[in-house]
Design a protein around this ligand. Sequence first.
Ligand code: EAX
Length: 328
Amino acid sequence: MQTPRALRALAVAACAALVLPVAPAMAQTVLKMNISVSQNSHYGAAVDAMAREVEKRTNGRYKIQNFYSGALGAERESIEALQVGTLDLTLTSTGPVPNFVPEVAILDIPFLFKDYAQARATLDGPIGQEMLTKFPAKGLVALAWGENGFRHMTNSKRPVNTPDDLKGLKLRTMENPVHMQAYKAFGIIPTPMAFTEVFTALQQGTVDGQENPLSVISAAKFDQVQKYMTLTGHVYSPALILMSKSQWDKLSAADKTAFLDAAKEAVKANRARIDDDEKKAVADLRSKGMTIVETVDKSKFQTALAPTFAEFGKKFGQDNIDKIRNFK
Ligand code: EAX
């Protein structure tokens, strides 16, 4: 039997419920972000930082759910999904990007960037920022330049000390026209393939080798399917944090700023992880059984590419190439 006291309390609560407005539960929008490599990587560090920062800077109104190792598709598929709005965000290499925004292709020319500092300064500077303005017309918003890293050659056949050692190797490449054109000049048989298929292709010998930055070679455990690596550093591979324009257009001005600031923090985490991988990965991969050629005469590889550089000069304009190469 309820006491008079309890009954009174109940009556008061009922009245309050009728009179006082109930604070609406805070609406939270969950956005999906997909990457091609594992969480324990330079991309995983970036997108996890992005998720933390977005939730913090929007007071929980936006939450990013991250998908790793190409769970929602490889890089080109992710970009297509952003365009049709079935995916919200991705961190992708520039590999497949020229298929969508051709102006970016120039960045994939071999030996264009001298080192990480010069590459980062160029992308964070007017040349890189101007390129980001080309994306909205393709249904994409480029929030920031991330990084994949300087790419190196691996294979299962033989050590590579000079370009001649590359002749006849069937090498997986990104779906990138500039890379494929250049690698042909080395006598490589370029085999474009989505990243999500590479480990199996190496394991089954469908291809002899591949080329990627140390961060990717480590994260993807390519030491398990590749015997030889040479630190060619033949291409600097930028990356991009992309958002679907349809999702971006729904953001308030304040939330647009929050996403841009979060992307900046993501890039800091991305580059810091790469700096760390660059220090540790060679010893780690060697300890796992890889035979690694650390010092190569890069001028030999550049000489082998001379005819292709001339073609790139015509295609992109030598002055545009020099502007990037000489940017400080
Ligand atoms: O962006 O496809 C590649 O080789 C890329 O380097 C990888 O997906 C990370």
